[in-house]
Structure formats: C-alpha cells, structure tokens
Design a protein around this ligand. Structure first.
Ligand code: IMP
Length: 193
C-alpha cells in the first residue's frame, strides 16, 4: 500500500470519518500536518469541479499525493438543491442549523421527501487525477433527530433504516455513507497499484 497521502479538508468530521474508514491501510495526513491553513475557494458548479479544484490546489502548492472530496445533499422535490451549495445553503458557510432550517421550511407541505447524499473524490496520485463517486439514497425527516455526525445528518434517514445518520455511530454511518462508498473505491484503486 502506497503512503503517505494528504486529505485536503478543514472539516474535522470528514477527516475523522475518512481516517476511521482507512484505518492503517493509508498513512493519512491532514492539511494541518502539511501547514496548510488557507481556505481553498470552491468556485465550481459541480461536485467534480470542486473536488478537483481542492486537490489540484494542494498538489500544485505542496507537491504531495492528495485527495479531496466534495459532497452534498440533493433533494428531489427541490430540483436537487442544496447540491454543491450544501455548506452555504442558508448563506453563511458551515451554518448547519440554518441550513437544516431552510431545508425543512422549503419542504413544508411537500410529500416527496426523497433525497440523496453524493460525494465525488478527486485523487491526485503521481501527478495524475482519478475520480471516485459514492451515493446514498434516503428521505428527509420532518424534524431533527440524533446528535452524532455533522451537517444534515439529523434530518437524513438512509434507505432501509428507521434512524437518521445522526443517530448512527461513526462506524455504522461509515458502512453505508456516500463518502464511505467513494473511499472504498479509492482504497481499492490504491491497493491494486
Ligand atoms: P463540502 O465541504 O464542500 O464538501 O461541503 C459539504 C457540505 O455538505 C457539508 O457542509 C454538509 O452541509 C453537507 N454534507 C456533506 N456530507 C455530509 C454528511 O455526511 N452528513 C451531513 N452533511 C453532509
């Protein structure tokens, strides 16, 4: 297994989930580990573009093998909103409470609660870019339940379950989540090298 590799995120929850998923299969470095404190602007209009912007930024500035994910929630009845704008749906970047409130308000009176989380990972390995994707289908609850996880987890119930992501342990979420599925593909790719 090739080592080490930088995961280009400032989101500690994402970092913990990915670190738990990779275990000792990868020597995972954080942005802090490489002294990167900049906020990388996400100017793309797709998950793929934003993931690529983040990984290319790190590769171009730090010359290290790295990967970045861009992910978000797509709600069918809202024309796939909030999508790439998931982190700043209610305006301020990373205000999860306000983002959830906006989703619940926009879905008031709407019966179709179908949604999915999507992740696209851009990996830059030896100067070449590779993409990995993961999706998990589910529904949006009428109110928040659970205290684990982050972001929209308290209102997302994955298909086949009766609890939200925020009621799951990290281990359980990591078996089925969009990010976990994309990470499994990335790990398989590196293992096959
Ligand atoms: P990113 O950091 O640009 O990929 O933005 C991701 C945003 O999508 C987060 O700030 C959350 O609002 C949402 N999101 C992505 N993955 C998850 C998840 O696993 N649970 C809950 N919300 C998520």
């Amino acid at each position: 297994m090739p080592n080490p590799i930088v995961f280009a995120t400032h989101n500690n929850h994402k970092l913990q989930e990915v670190a738990a998923k990779t275990g000792n299969q990868l020597q995972l470095l954080s942005l802090t580990d490489i002294g990167c404190t900049e906020d990388i602007p996400e100017t793309g209009v797709t998950f793929r573009e934003n993931a690529s912007i983040k990984s290319c930024y790190i590769f171009n500035n730090y010359k290290v093998n790295c990967f970045a994910d861009d992910s978000g929630l797509e709600i069918e009845a809202l024309n796939n909103e909030p999508g790439v704008y998931s982190a700043r749906y209610a305006g301020e970047h990373g205000n999860h409470e306000a983002n959830i409130e906006k989703v619940l308000n926009n879905l008031k009176g709407i019966e179709n609660r179908k949604a999915r989380f999507r992740t696209v990972i851009s990996l830059i390995w030896n100067g070449e870019e590779h993409f990995f994707e993961g999706t998990v289908n589910g529904t949006i609850r009428h109110e928040r339940v659970g205290a684990q996880g982050f972001g929209y987890d308290p209102i997302f119930e994955p298909e086949g379950y009766t609890i939200t992501f925020a009621e799951m342990s990290m281990e359980e979420k990591n078996r089925i989540s969009h990010r976990a599925i994309a990470m499994e593909k990335l790990i398989a790719f590196l293992n096959a090298l």
